[in-house]
Design a protein around this ligand. Structure first.
Ligand code: ZN
Length: 534
């Protein structure tokens, strides 16, 4: 007797096996049979004729960790077929929190979740306490947690741009080791965000020592994705080489028109590292726009010392002039040449900013867009985010085809209704995987369905050391997505991201139905995954 039987499906196993037609039998949380099972009865039989069944997607780059603490149903994830997220990215994670710097640390997380949305912060201090809290909330997806290096550094020395003392380095190592002991898969850095941006390469290598020799993975939002991309990616690879551990380059992109020709050499850096025997891979989301803090347009030094210092600099006329000169000279953290008509305000405490370009908003006030940006940062207390058009469509196709490229959303857990509908999120939070399958696989033929599935589940599982997920095989956990191949597409746009995709019909998570013919179930069967040392 089976719990669930999926009949007559076009099976894509996530492991590059050519598609085949068959049945899938599920008992408990496991796949127990794959073939024709004419005699075996089941509690629930799903007729998947003319439907594609794939492993649920493993989102290699998710910022949904904060949202899960407030809204564990994770609707925008489940509805695009995601069953596992790798959270704690770009140097940010909900823990560890240090008493001394707690307020500023929580402020730094506000980019990922509006502070008005309630999170049980009183239950979170150490990394272990965060994982306990998350587990008790029963998230609707599996979570593979990373600890953010930015949080570790902030917990030890706040947002100072200074170098750590020997004792402070030891404290950072202790916090990394604690997170790994609790179950973290590794550490992420976000080297354009304070305080991670203040760390030298050698400091990072020293602080991350506990992930050395495969003790954990290293995920890097590199120090630059624009003019300095090649140096930045080389740094990420070097950190992995010196630590003797696997490297994941996050949300790969060559940002800004004058850097588009750097995508190929950046991919070659990854090739060379792999040829030299290093475990280096990357992930990407298939969109031309990025999404981040407006403040990342400022030069690094302007962001040092915590937000109060930054605001003082934004007030003093001579400092303002210096900041603008540096931005014009290409020293901004996220992009070196700003096209103001391609910078759209995605979230702001001033409601009438949202949805307009910085060029438009500056023209409305009859001031220069640099001045407008500095004013807007001051007026909103820095709580202002942007969607910025940075990538070239041809590069997206080139990157998707690269053998070391996986898929990650860089998105958040959202909902089209209720509390979790705020600002203008990047459409990737709703549509990454349906867009990959509809636009790039079916419509443009950039990848085969088998390749897309490998990059969305089999390959990430292999990298993470998840031996029983990411593929459809006997004995594996039953994390599956059933897709109407003719209909699958993303519907979220930059102007209206609050739209769930089409064609993602049914999602099964740990053997439980999470989405049933488009209806979200109340069952939240996500597991907290813990890293097992390889
Ligand atoms: Zn990032």
């Amino acid at each position: 007797m089976l719990d669930i039987r999926i009949k007559n499906a076009i099976i894509i196993d996530g492991n590059l096996t050519p598609a085949f037609i068959g049945d899938i039998g599920i008992r408990g949380d496991q796949i127990v049979a794959i073939d024709a099972m004419a005699d075996d009865s089941a509690d629930l039989t799903i007729d998947a004729s003319r439907r594609v069944v794939m492993p649920g997607f493993i989102d290699m780059h998710s910022h949904a960790d904060l949202a899960l603490l407030a809204a564990p149903e994770a609707e925008s994830l489940v509805r695009q077929g995601i069953t596992t997220i790798v959270a704690g990215q770009c140097g940010f994670s909900p823990a560890p929190l240090a008493k001394k710097y707690r307020k500023e640390m929580l402020r730094s997380l506000a980019m990922f979740l509006s502070p008005e949305i309630p999170v049980p912060w009183d239950k979170i201090s150490t990394f272990a306490s965060y994982l306990d809290c998350l587990e008790r909330l029963k998230p609707a997806v599996n979570v593979a947690p990373l600890v953010g290096h930015g949080m570790i550094r902030a917990a030890v020395m706040g947002y100072a741009a200074d170098s750590p003392s020997r004792e402070q380095l030891h404290q950072m190592q202790r916090l990394v080791a604690e997170a790994l002991d609790a179950g973290a898969f590794g550490v992420s850095t976000g080297l354009i965000y304070p305080p991670g941006s203040f760390s030298t390469t050698q400091e990072i290598i020293a602080a991350l020592k506990p992930i050395g020799r495969g003790g954990g993975l290293y995920f890097s939002h590199a120090r630059g994705e624009a003019g300095t991309i090649l140096d930045a990616y080389a740094e990420a690879i070097e950190i992995g080489r010196q630590l003797d551990t696997a490297v994941q380059i996050s949300h790969f992109k060559a940002a800004g028109r004058q850097n588009w020709d750097k995508a190929s050499p950046a991919l070659r850096l990854i090739d060379q590292a792999r040829q030299a025997g290093l475990d280096v891979a990357a992930d990407m989301y298939p969109y031309e726009a990025g999404w981040t803090y407006l403040a990342t347009l400022l030069p690094r030094w302007a962001l040092s010392g915590g937000s109060l210092r930054t605001f003082i600099r934004l007030i003093l006329p001579n400092q303002r002039r210096k900041i603008i000169a540096a931005m014009k000279a290409g020293q901004g953290e996220s992009i070196d040449h700003i096209e103001w008509d391609k910078v759209f305000i995605a979230g702001s405490s001033i409601a009438n900013h949202v949805g307009h370009s910085a060029a438009e908003l500056a023209a409305r006030e009859k001031i220069d867009p640099y001045e407008w940006t500095l004013n807007a940062l001051l007026k909103t207390g820095g709580k202002i985010q942007m969607i910025i058009m940075v990538s070239k469509e041809d590069n997206i196709r080139l990157q998707l085809r690269h053998p070391a490229m996986m898929i990650g959303t860089d998105g958040m857990g959202m909902s089209a209704n209720g509390l979790m509908r705020q600002g203008i999120p990047h459409p990737r939070s709703f549509g990454t995987y349906p867009r990959l399958l509809g636009k790039y696989v079916r419509d443009e033929g950039i990848l085969s369905l088998e390749e897309a599935s490998w990059k969305s589940s089999g390959f990430p599982a292999q990298k993470l050391g998840l031996k029983d997920r990411g593929v459809i095989a006997r004995g594996c956990k039953a994390d599956l997505v059933i897709i109407d191949w003719e209909k699958v597409s993303d519907r979220a746009t930059y102007a209206n991201p609050w739209q769930y995709p089409a064609g993602i019909e049914t999602v099964i998570l740990n053997g439980k139905v999470a989405l049933n013919q488009g209806k979200l179930s109340q069952e939240r069967a996500g597991a907290l995954l813990r890293f097992t040392h390889r």
